[in-house]
Design a protein around this ligand. Structure first.
Ligand SMILES: Cc1cc2nc3c(=O)[nH]c(=O)nc-3n(C[C@H](O)[C@H](O)[C@H](O)COP(=O)(O)OP(=O)(O)OC[C@H]3O[C@@H](n4cnc5c(N)ncnc54)[C@H](O)[C@@H]3O)c2cc1C
Ligand SMILES: *[C@@H]1O[C@H](CO)[C@@H](O)[C@H](O)[C@H]1NC(C)=O
Ligand SMILES: *[C@@H]1O[C@H](CO)[C@@H](O)[C@H](O)[C@H]1NC(C)=O
Ligand SMILES: *[C@@H]1O[C@H](CO)[C@@H](O)[C@H](O)[C@H]1NC(C)=O
Ligand SMILES: *[C@@H]1O[C@H](CO)[C@@H](O)[C@H](O)[C@H]1NC(C)=O
Ligand SMILES: *[C@@H]1O[C@H](CO)[C@@H](O)[C@H](O)[C@H]1NC(C)=O
Ligand SMILES: *[C@@H]1O[C@H](CO)[C@@H](O)[C@H](O)[C@H]1NC(C)=O
Ligand SMILES: *[C@@H]1O[C@H](CO)[C@@H](O)[C@H](O)[C@H]1NC(C)=O
Ligand SMILES: *[C@@H]1O[C@H](CO)[C@@H](O)[C@H](O)[C@H]1NC(C)=O
Length: 503
């Protein structure tokens, strides 16, 4: 019965090849309401409106409450074919919509909508290891900790988030920085196939040999091309790792910064080592501490590559014993703030002591002077060291749209995080985040230390992302987008996200 209804409905709404405005004008109706009604007819138990408990669950399935909005209805597909049908309905009627994976991108309206349809991918949570164990197929409803736990009994890992609760799809569509990236590149460099629902509802598989232009674009081009309904990820043998977090008092600041600068410059000597050094400022406690995740892909934890960190006198140190990736990320979830207001900003420099000092001093000084009294304030900068081999791995695996300049590597890709509790402070923090980033970039530029490429997934609203992609790649992304989505469904009807058309 459901099928015959769809069979009638789908040709009706896609009969007009060009979606959108004409239909709306002809009928004089609210297209979102029409689309919600059509979805309700097709998938009654999976469409929710304000007042339904599942609506609230879906509308609040975000890392930060700044992302809770007011969708007209929420649709939770159970299968790729349902995504395809929904896109035919929505695009056919010219309604607006948003797509959410793990809900961790902290930009309001990038994975949710006011007045449009929210497609929540929660139930697309397939996870299957291939029979030869060379890749794992993962649905976009999955989070990284569940992927790692699934692979753990096989002694395998896939490249993904260093924090377990982060969603699979958003991280991969922006590139993805993993503990294993210095060995194997961006997480997205290790995707062997994408199943994608295109703007016309067609379901295609993109690989290095099939729709290879789309495959390339999805390795960092964001959500302008389609809805990805399955990622096939290369697996790697890594049954045992060393992973932990050190916390260093501010009295040891100089030694800490020396360790960070050295790792940035020389960390490529051992690709199995990874660190996430951060300045961590807590306004309410009036303290600044220096922290780092330390990681080694192996069984011997005392490693020269990490010694400059492990010799520092620590307030806390959980690095030193072997564990598994799955156990480590589960254990650190508790340390990651959830439920507070959040904003990110990205900054990139060359990896050296001068750049590090500029960023550190400017950030600490301005946070202390301008926002220290904001209720519940936590302000941090994480310095992500990116080695030449990280970039080389992407080139070896067929290239990606980021096109990061390998000749200028290594880099620090930095993310500034601000978190606070009172919505009344939203404007103040947003303005400050922009201002401190501008000042840092001006100083880095003056010192000849600013780098071009800015990582999409750590960026804040208004930052220029695709503009920093390698030579010619924006134009290439735009033409691939136009080929697969000529009527701008994933750009105009789905306005949330970083859009290549607007670069
Ligand atoms: C606590 C925390 C830790 C993090 N750690 C890391 C890290 O270690 N490494 C790293 O690289 N990044 C990290 N990030 C950044 C992270 O990669 C981004 O926030 C990413 O967008 C999260 O993916 P998601 O699926 O949860 O996002 P969502 O907010 O659900 O989606 C992000 C964007 O992708 C689009 N999208 C989602 N699913 C699909 C789909 N199936 N098809 C098409 N478009 C889709 C959405 O429309 C949205 O624009 C972290 C973020 C947080 C908050
Ligand atoms: C609605 O919520 C219930 C309770 O949390 C859950 O079991 C069910 O799977 C949800 N339905 C859908 C379609 O997501
Ligand atoms: C879709 O999945 C949800 C959650 O698992 C379930 O409650 C619902 O019955 C499913 N719907 C269909 C049509 O299979
Ligand atoms: C359609 O109606 C909903 C609910 O009344 C509203 O939120 C939305 O903005 C309307 N959309 C348009 C395009 O008018
Ligand atoms: C915060 O700490 C600094 C020293 O780190 C001190 O000079 C200052 O007085 C403290 N401020 C408050 C309000 O306690
Ligand atoms: C450790 O620090 C010293 C002194 O700064 C530096 O010479 C060395 O290269 C660093 N080692 C690593 C592995 O970063
Ligand atoms: C490592 O394990 C030993 C034995 O269980 C324990 O005493 C020690 O504290 C652990 N070290 C770290 C850094 O957690
Ligand atoms: C917080 O600091 C700002 C300036 O830094 C000041 O204008 C404001 O009055 C302070 N607010 C409180 C509650 O102390
Ligand atoms: C800051 O954001 C980055 C996102 O890439 C994340 O890895 C890191 O854990 C965050 N730090 C804090 C303190 O929230």
């Amino acid at each position: 019965m459901k099928l015959s209804l769809l069979a009638c409905l789908v040709p009706l709404v896609v009969a007009s090849a060009k979606p959108g405005a004409e239909i709306q004008q002809r009928r004089g109706a609210n297209t979102t309401t029409l689309a919600c009604n059509a979805l309700k007819q097709a998938f009654s138990s999976q469409v929710f409106v304000l007042g339904d408990a599942n609506y609230t669950t879906q509308n609040e399935a975000y890392w930060t409450p700044t992302d809770y909005l007011t969708p007209e209805c929420v649709f939770t597909p159970n299968a790729t074919l349902e995504v395809s049908t929904a896109i035919r309905i929505i695009a056919g009627l010219g309604a607006t919509f948003a797509v959410r994976g793990g809900g961790h991108m902290p930009i309001p309206g990038y994975a949710n909508t006011n007045g449009g349809i929210l497609i929540g991918l929660t139930n697309l949570n397939e996870i299957t290891l291939s029979s030869d164990e060379s890749y794992v197929s993962v649905g976009p409803g999955q989070r990284w900790e569940d992927v790692y736990s699934y692979l753990e009994p096989y002694g395998l890992v896939a490249l993904g988030g260093r924090v377990g609760i982060v969603g699979v799809p958003g991280l991969l569509l922006g590139g993805g920085i993993s503990f294993y990236s210095n060995q194997y590149g961006f997480a997205a460099d290790n995707v062997v196939a994408y199943e994608v629902v295109l703007a016309g509802g067609q379901i295609v598989t993109a690989t290095a040999t099939q729709h290879s232009d789309l495959y390339w674009a999805l390795k960092g081009g964001g959500n302008s091309f389609g809805i990805v309904t399955r990622f096939d990820l290369s697996t790697y043998v890594s049954p045992t790792v060393c992973a932990g977090i050190i916390e260093i008092p501010s009295t040891e600041k100089d030694a800490f910064l020396n360790a960070v600068a050295s790792f940035g410059e020389y960390g490529s000597a051992d690709a199995k080592a990874a660190v996430i050094p951060s300045i961590f400022m807590l306004g309410s406690l009036n303290i600044t501490v220096y922290t780092s995740a330390l990681f080694y892909d192996g069984t011997e934890c005392a490693q020269p590559a990490l010694a400059n960190f492990t010799v520092l006198p620590a307030i806390e140190n959980s690095y030193g014993n072997t564990t598994t990736l799955a156990t480590y990320v589960k254990g650190t979830d508790a340390l990651i703030g959830d439920g507070t207001r959040q904003v990110f900003r990205v900054v990139a420099s060359y990896a050296n002591a001068e750049a590090l000092q500029i960023v550190h001093d400017t950030f600490v000084e301005m946070v202390t002077a301008d926002i220290w009294n904001v209720t519940g304030l936590q302000a941090s900068v994480a310095f992500q060291p990116v080695t030449k081999n990280f970039i080389q791995q992407g080139i070896n695996k067929g290239g990606n749209p980021q096109g990061v300049d390998i000749s200028e590597a290594p880099y620090f890709w930095m993310v500034e995080n601000f978190s606070w509790t009172d919505p009344a402070d939203d404007n103040r923090i947003n303005a400050f985040a922009q201002q401190v980033t501008d000042v840092i970039e001006q100083k880095l530029t003056a010192a000849g230390q600013v780098a071009e490429y800015r990582y999409m997934n750590d960026a804040g609203l208004g930052q220029k992302i695709f503009q920093g992609y390698g030579d010619g790649n924006v134009v290439k992304l735009q033409s691939i987008r136009a080929k697969y989505d000529p009527f701008n469904v994933y750009t105009d009807l789905m306005p949330g996200g970083w859009k290549v058309a607007n670069a």
